[in-house]
Design a protein around this ligand. Sequence first.
Ligand SMILES: [Zn+2]
Length: 139
Amino acid sequence: MSFLSELVRERVRLRAANRCEYCLSHQDYILGRLQIDHIQPLAVGGLNTEDNLCLACELCNQYKWKQTVGLDPESGEVVPLFNPRNQRWREHFNWSPEGIEIIGITACGRATIGALRLNNNLAVIVRKNWVQAGWHPPN
Ligand SMILES: [Zn+2]
């Protein structure tokens, strides 16, 4: 565990507009509290600085674990995972037409979807219900 002040945690939450910065799940629609993720994990030398922090849901945070790279299934290349601090979500991902699955539109996007299992069975079922409720996808 790392020590992060409440002030820093609050700033990370606000910066992310209270959404997971990987799967875009909003805090208002999930039961668990969104967590602070180290983009470069502390275990591989990442720092506690705000430019290395992002907001992540429990599933994304767990699946990401200590990973920093992933396999792009299309090119077969190992590439760095999506970094919410210096990359834009919309340049690497898109929603499927029904808004239920995340589509990778770059090698980084596809590798991140695989590594973080952004379209895992639980997420897909929950998103289907969010779409029916009119809560999803985010604009
Ligand atoms: Zn997430």
